[in-house]
Design a protein around this ligand. Structure first.
Ligand code: BTN
Length: 333
């Protein structure tokens, strides 16, 4: 086996060996991974914390008893043709939140494009402090570390870029969807199939990193959803009546996003606006938007090149809203 320097590369190499299913002697593993006993024990602990069941038997070494039902990094990588996105993939069987894990990695200097993906999140985070249901085996729960050289006010538009990429990838497997500005992907009935949570860290004048967390409901049955969201959430399985392979769909999102993100970094949102407008469920609609503890009513005119929702409010004033919680309203409301 080839020796590689980085700890995460070593972990991948260790996984590859252990997937063989036999017992592997500890000194042999140390030699082939070019690491010491402590390093090896730490890597095994890390893999166990991600849901791998690894047995240690005195005199025999380590053996993989069971791998978690994962969206395997290797399966995603096989479908990628990206320049930056997914250059490094960190996979978990189970994790609190891929956004939290990605933020931690970003603070420790993980390169742009690093992807964190999990089969199961125990503390999935939604917008506005909400919880995001992320059961095992059912969805794509992934977070991408980005380091765009744009001013912080421009960075939130990346959520829209990502939402458009999710839209293209879901349409490509046969389901028509639209983006409900700024971060939801919805089906024709208005039910939500994907949510995006972008979390940014940095100084006032520059972005250190932004983590774009994408949650796509893929293979849940309608009854799998908590009763509190059963009326508003849906999955690809519920809409299409068939399961969709998660690695292929994840790769579809990431391939599209890689290209779109490069265009965004070069030219801002303007070159992407035609596709963002085409994906939008709100243009021309009458809406109510919750923003900073008040509700603004009006008709949506556009999304501008800062990613803001442009609307003519009920007093005839043009407003450009940077964020908010939108609901469509019927004029008779
Ligand atoms: C929302 O619509 O409220 C946003 C939901 C975002 C969920 C995803 S799942 C992957 C990533 N990790 C998290 O903890 N949250 C995001």
């Amino acid at each position: 086996m080839k020796m590689r320097g980085r700890e995460s590369d070593r972990e991948e190499a260790l996984l590859q060996v252990l997937r063989g299913g036999a017992f592997y002697a500890i000194d042999e593993l140390e030699r082939s991974l070019n690491c010491g006993a402590d390093d090896l024990a730490r890597m095994v602990d890390e893999l166990r914390s991600r849901g791998y069941d690894i047995e240690r038997r005195p005199g025999s070494g380590y053996r993989m008893v069971e791998t978690p039902e994962l969206v395997l990094p290797a399966d995603i990588r096989a479908g990628l043709h990206t320049e930056v996105v997914g250059g490094r993939i960190v996979g978990y069987g189970r994790v609190g939140s891929t956004n939290a894990a990605a933020l931690e990695l970003a603070r420790r200097g993980a390169p742009e494009g690093t992807l964190v993906i999990a089969d199961h999140q125990t503390r999935g985070r939604g917008r506005l402090g909400r919880r995001w249901e992320s059961p095992p085996g059912a969805g794509i729960w992934m977070s991408l570390i980005l380091r765009p050289a744009v001013p912080p006010e421009r960075a939130p538009a990346i959520t829209l870029v990502a939402a458009a990429s999710v839209t293209q990838a879901i349409r490509a497997v046969g389901l028509p969807v639209l983006v409900r500005w700024p971060n939801d992907v919805i089906v024709a009935s208005g039910r939500k199939i994907c949510g995006i949570l972008s979390e940014m860290e940095g100084a006032a004048e520059s972005v250190q990193h932004i983590v774009v967390g994408i949650g796509i409901n893929v293979n849940q049955r309608p009854d799998d959803f908590d009763p509190s969201i059963r009326g508003t959430a849906t999955s690809l399985f519920a809409e299409l009546g068939r399961t969709v392979p998660r690695p292929d769909l994840a790769a579809g999102v990431l391939n599209d996003f890689d290209t779109a993100y490069h265009r965004f970094c070069r030219g801002g949102l303007a070159p992407l606006l035609p596709r963002i407008r085409e994906c939008s469920s709100l243009l021309g609609e009458h809406v109510a938007v919750w923003i900073e503890k008040q509700e603004v009513f009006g008709q949506v005119l556009d999304i501008d090149d800062w990613g803001r929702l442009v609307l003519r409010d009920d007093h005839g004033m043009i407003q450009q809203l940077p964020a908010g919680e939108v609901r469509k309203i019927e004029l008779s409301d």
